[in-house]
Design a protein around this ligand. Structure first.
Ligand SMILES: Nc1ncnc2c1ncn2[C@@H]1O[C@H](COP(=O)(O)OP(=O)(O)OP(=O)(O)O)[C@@H](O)[C@H]1O
Length: 259
């Protein structure tokens, strides 16, 4: 199993995400009970945790798709719940959200799927500039040849790559990956892990990666944190996180470690 080579360009002086005392409940159900988290510029941070522990809720709050009940959530220096909708829209463009199901439009070709966010958000771009940007991201994810294909003609791994390309096309500073390897075969998982590391290097992004896949965690994470009972209770390298006597941590390892 490949171990992530820590990115030497991580800037610990620059927190691109800073979260303090974050709480979020749905009716009486408290999901996040005081989460503290820092993401440093250039870092790939893996968020681990059992199903239903609130990992997706956390990244939806970071992306401004859900609002926090309490606490501070600062993204790229801005407190998200203090922004008006225009400011929030502007910030959202700097935070690329790669959804679990890739979220491609089935009725559009790959090219059109990539052009759509540019037409919507980069109105000043000419057609030729859009074409160049589309070719650039398609090349970056190794799928130039699929430009005229429909999403239904792609494999699961290819759809995932196009989903990542569509996120990258708006040049985000932060990438949020929700279960990037879910449902993929082991070889395709390795390819996606390597793409996540390529994106970090080539696009100079910082990222939060949510995963159950410990091979993925180990291959892409410069650092990892584990959400237990609504808070981050373990933090560090893969070895540090799992060198714990906590039964919940041991169980998580035993059930999810496949390699
Ligand atoms: N919009 C919502 N309304 C009500 N409850 C919600 C909402 N979003 C999430 N929840 C609840 O919050 C809890 C945490 O959900 P979340 O999707 O963050 O889990 P997760 O850790 O990402 O799990 P998984 O690994 O299975 O994706 C779940 O019990 C879920 O039902």
């Amino acid at each position: 199993m490949s171990l992530k080579k820590t990115n030497p360009n991580i800037n610990r002086e620059n927190k691109v995400i800073e979260i303090r005392g974050l709480k979020k409940a749905f009716d009486d159900f408290e999901v996040l009970k005081g989460v503290n988290l820092d993401l440093f510029q250039g870092e790939n941070l893996v968020v681990l945790g059992r199903s239903g522990t609130g990992k997706s809720v956390l990244i939806k709050i970071i992306a401004g798709l859900l609002s926090p009940d309490e606490g501070m959530v600062k993204v790229l220096g801005k407190e998200v719940d203090k922004l008006n909708s225009k400011e929030l829209d502007k910030l959202r463009l700097k935070v690329g959200f790669s959804f679990q199901n890739s979220a491609l439009y089935d009725s559009m070709t790959v090219y059109e799927n990539l052009e759509f966010p540019l037409i919507r958000h980069a109105k000043s771009m000419t057609r030729a500039e859009r074409d160049q940007a589309i070719h650039f991201v398609l090349d970056a994810v190794g799928l130039l040849q699929t430009a005229n294909q429909m999403p239904s003609e792609l494999s699961g791994g290819q759809r995932k790559r196009i989903g990542i390309a569509r996120t990258l096309i708006l040049k985000p500073e932060i990438m949020l990956y929700d279960e990037p390897t879910a449902g993929l075969d082991p070889i395709t998982c390795i390819e996606i892990n390597s793409l996540i590391n390529d994106v970090q290097e080539r696009f100079n992004t910082s990222a939060i990666i949510i995963t159950h896949d410990l091979t993925c965690a180990r291959s892409v994470g410069d650092r990892m944190v584990m959400l237990l009972d609504g808070q981050f209770k373990r933090e560090g390298t893969f070895e540090e996180v799992f060198s714990s006597d906590d039964e919940r941590v041991k169980m998580f390892y035993d059930y999810n470690f496949v390699n």
